[in-house]
Design a protein around this ligand. Structure first.
Ligand SMILES: Nc1ncnc2c1ncn2[C@@H]1O[C@H](COP(=O)(O)OP(=O)(O)OP(=O)(O)O)[C@@H](O)[C@H]1O
Ligand SMILES: [Mg+2]
Length: 197
């Protein structure tokens, strides 16, 4: 029996399997966290109807999804004002923030800052997403919201991100505008009717 245990490395298997099971448990907890974030991001548990959407929650859950990808070169600064509720579809609004934040991070080559500022003024929610990236040339400012307009390499961008953003904001009776300076950075400003209960 002892010989058999020795020849099959049973001691090692016992020690190693404890380590393996601990690592598996840790891995599973991470999977649970990722799936939870994806569920709250896509709102699969909710009906895709217009409801009351907490804008800060939307931005935070989007940030959680993309943070691991962008945290190395982007310092993310949140400058949130009072809590904002709008009438809308959380899944679609998440997509808006995702597209804008990914664009901002892609505009930053080395190291930079992405600032998210929110405020409520005259029953309107104002959300500004600014980056210290490479900026947008004047001649492109008119076309960036057009479907398939991209300055990115083939395979890197489809040019659909901002056209989706534009459509969703319009659906929510809002407005989006952009200001940019080459070499300094870009700010996207969204104005949405805010919900007053
Ligand atoms: N924050 C930004 N800074 C600099 N340029 C930007 C920024 N956001 C958008 N752009 C410019 O607008 C173009 C269109 O953006 P859009 O998100 O629609 O498409 P994309 O990012 O190129 O591709 P996709 O989003 O489909 O992967 C970009 O290619 C880029 O030139
Ligand atoms: Mg994009």
């Amino acid at each position: 029996m002892q010989e058999l245990m020795k020849s099959n490395d049973v001691d090692y298997i016992i020690i190693d399997s404890e380590k393996l099971l601990n690592e598996t448990e840790e891995g599973l907890s991470r999977v649970i966290g990722i799936v939870d974030n994806l569920r709250s991001f896509s709102r699969v548990d909710e009906e895709a109807e217009k409801g009351e959407v907490d804008i800060h929650k939307c931005i935070d859950s989007t940030l959680k999804i993309i943070e691991s990808k962008i945290k190395y070169n982007c310092n993310i600064v949140k400058d949130y004002g009072e809590s904002i509720t709008v009438k809308g579809e959380a899944g679609k609004l998440n997509q808006v923030f995702m597209n804008l934040l990914v664009n901002a991070s892609q505009a930053i080559d080395d190291q930079g800052e992405i600032r998210i500022k929110t405020e409520v003024r005259d029953n309107k929610a104002i959300i500004k997403i600014s980056d210290t990236g490479k900026g947008i040339e004047d001649k492109h400012l008119e076309t960036i919201f057009d479907p398939f307009f991209t300055t990115k390499k083939v395979g890197e961008g489809t040019g659909l991100g901002l056209s989706i953003v534009y459509g969703v904001i319009e659906e929510h009776c809002g407005k989006i505008s952009v200001s940019s300076q080459v070499g300094v950075g870009t700010t996207f400003k969204i104005v949405l009717p805010s919900f007053v209960s």
